[in-house]
Design a protein around this ligand. Structure first.
Ligand SMILES: NC(=O)c1ccc[n+]([C@@H]2O[C@H](COP(=O)([O-])OP(=O)(O)OC[C@H]3O[C@@H](n4cnc5c(N)ncnc54)[C@H](OP(=O)(O)O)[C@@H]3O)[C@@H](O)[C@H]2O)c1
Length: 294
């Protein structure tokens, strides 16, 4: 199973991927962190204790992540660094160069996890979509086999995209990173991916910018009952599903607050109340509908 039960004690409690590699159960997100502000933000996260950092070539801040890592003085093997291949680099030919460019910007000689940021879809590419995903994945498999990355995976792939990929893949993806927060739960998809022995990561675990997850009255009521914040309740709700949340904040107090989610437990009733919430904003893009031209 790609999920996990809560025997977790802190953000670095390990979750085993299907290839045996261990990933810290909470990651620090960097989407929309300005390139100039990234080194300071990631340094604050590392100082607070996060060891799992999530970036992407799209975010244009890999250099700042790399600078923070270098200046932290932490041993490389104590960190778990993820980056992602943007859609402009889909296809076998581009992957290796894009991967190396990410490594160079990060100043690293390997990644812990590399993800295909979005699947190519039929709306944009017709029958070629599956072929593009297969070819991209073939290059990912080679990077993995060459030892340049400790785990490979997907992002925004729904179970039907994953199943299609598995028809030709020789290596099963270890991770799928999808948007998950109250109001956008993906409950069935999470279970399906976990049955496939793929660890699910939650992006936008607080709803992202402009969502109402953190001000929702039901969330507030549950937070008050536990003496916690709504952000902590959202992250705990994700963890209790056996999913790895990736909260982002550039503020030291929130960076720390988002780690303090191991000293309380949501009841089944509270979990259900959160599952029932609807329309709290977020990006909520349908991977079969979205078209990227950049
Ligand atoms: N694979 C993908 O397609 C994809 C897409 C989007 C994101 N991601 C990854 O997932 C990570 C998380 O997603 P996200 O950044 O979109 O959204 P998020 O982590 O759900 O929310 C971040 C927003 O919440 C605020 N925030 C953080 N902690 C808070 C707290 N304790 N109380 C109140 N507000 C708080 C942040 O503001 P401040 O920074 O001002 O504190 C920011 O505006 C990203 O950073 C990225 O690494 C992946």
């Amino acid at each position: 199973m790609g999920g996990f039960t809560i025997t977790l004690v802190d953000v670095n409690s390990p979750v085993k991927l299907n290839n045996g590699v261990e990933i810290p159960c909470v990651g620090y997100g960097t989407f929309r962190t300005e390139p100039v502000a990234t080194a300071a933000a990631v340094k604050a996260a590392l100082q607070a204790g996060y060891r799992h950092i999530d970036t992407a070539s799209l975010y244009k801040n890999e250099a700042g992540v790399g600078q923070a890592i270098k200046e932290s003085g932490l041993a490389r093997e104590d960190l778990f660094v993820t980056s992602k291949l943007w859609t402009s680099d889909w296809g076998y030919e581009n992957v290796k160069q894009a991967f190396q460019a990410s490594l160079d910007r990060l100043g690293l000689d390997y990644l812990d996890l590399y993800l295909i940021h979005w699947p190519a879809n039929e709306k944009q590419f017709g029958a070629d979509a599956a072929k593009i995903n297969v070819e991209t994945w073939r290059a990912f498999e080679e990077l993995y086999q060459e030892g340049k990355v400790r785990a490979i995976g997907l992002s925004n792939f729904m179970p039907h995209h994953v199943k299609k990929l598995l028809e030709t893949a020789t290596i099963k993806p270890m991770v799928d990173q999808i948007e998950i927060h109250p109001g956008w739960t993906h409950e069935a998809e999470i279970k399906e991916l976990q049955v496939m022995d793929i660890v699910v990561e939650a992006w936008g675990p607080l709803g992202g910018q402009g969502a109402t997850v953190l001000t929702n009255p039901v969330m507030q009521e549950i937070a008050t009952a536990h003496g916690k914040t709504t952000a902590q309740v959202s992250l705990r709700w994700i963890l209790q599903q056996g999913v790895v949340p990736l909260p982002k904040s550039v503020h030291a107090n929130r960076i720390k607050q988002n780690m303090e989610i191991f000293d309380f437990e949501l009841t089944d009733e509270e979990m259900a109340k959160i599952f029932a919430l609807k329309d709290l904003g977020g990006q909520c893009k349908d991977p079969d509908e979205v078209i990227f031209n950049y």
